[in-house]
Design a protein around this ligand. Structure first.
Ligand code: HEM
Length: 248
């Protein structure tokens, strides 16, 4: 949370609030969400928007070397972002900028401990293999705009399509023994960050954070081990752990 807050230029002291708001908001993606989940998400959104509205207003006259200042100054075809566009972009970045990375870190530490593999000092291949085998966002939805035939399926305008990003990572036509964790494997790039127009804008940052954090953790705690079987959270909107109990 602190990384993305620092990048945007939002006070790090806000991290506990940002985390609380973000966690409540992403519950809107939970399958079978309750009216209480919805009420909490709306309340969190209102608090978040109120905070950002005031913050953006103050920061307009106080540019610094951060992303909020760049967004305030950004222009496309003579148009600036409106205040509402600025606020929602900042909220999107703050939420998207930590939830998935946090879950990937948990999944990665779990895999390292279970498989006895360490990220080492050149962790890039390790991180990619975590993203292929155990990505935090397993499904994204698309809606069909135009009728199209693809792979023997006929899609009609308005159809909802579930893109199983996690399943793509286990495609046996692309990866030999796809269920095995093998950081040295060859194969096409994974789809954990999506593809096309909406490819994750934070992928380079996430990859950097994951590599640095995993290497640093295992350097600092070389004897790290599990004390109980890791438990995945019973949620639909992220594939991540509820508990990862370790000792060193
Ligand atoms: C391991 C960590 C991450 C994973 C697995 C991940 C995954 C994804 C995926 C699959 C999408 C595409 C959604 C779609 O197709 O509709 C996406 C979009 C996005 N991600 Fe990430 N993400 C991660 C980290 C981050 C970070 C660190 C940031 C911010 C700095 C970020 C910001 C965004 C934003 C703003 C979008 C929307 C892009 C658009 O719609 O054009 N993500 N991410």
């Amino acid at each position: 949370m602190i990384v993305i807050a620092r990048l945007l230029g939002v006070p790090e002291g806000m991290a506990p609030d940002l985390l609380r708001w973000s966690n409540a908001m992403v519950m809107m993606y939970q399958a079978g969400r309750t009216p209480e989940d919805e009420a909490r998400a709306v309340a969190a959104t209102e608090e978040f928007v109120a905070f950002m509205r005031d913050y953006v207003r103050r920061r307009r006259s106080e540019p610094r070397d951060d992303l909020i200042s760049a967004l305030i100054a950004a222009e496309a075809d003579g148009d600036k972002l409106t205040t509402d566009e600025l606020i929602t972009t900042c909220i999107l970045l703050l939420n998207a900028g930590h939830e998935a990375t946090v879950h990937t870190m948990g999944n990665g530490v779990k895999l390292a401990l279970e498989m006895g593999v360490r990220p080492g000092t050149a962790p890039e291949a390790f991180v990619e293999e975590v993203l292929r085998l155990d990505p935090p966002l397993h499904l994204f939805t698309r809606w069909v705009y135009d009728e199209v035939n693809l792979f023997g399926h006929r899609f009609r305008r308005g159809d909802a399509v579930g893109l199983l990003l996690a399943s793509a990572g286990r495609d046996a036509d692309c990866y030999a023994q796809p269920d095995r964790f093998q950081p040295t494997r060859q194969g096409p790039p994974n789809l954990a960050f999506g593809a096309g127009l909406h490819f994750c804008v934070g992928a380079p940052l996430a990859r950097l954070e994951l590599g640095i954090a995993m290497s640093a953790l295992f350097q600092a705690c070389s004897g790290l081990r599990l004390v109980e079987a890791p438990r995945y959270a019973e949620i639909y909107h992220f594939h991540g752990l509820e508990r990862l109990m370790v000792t060193r």
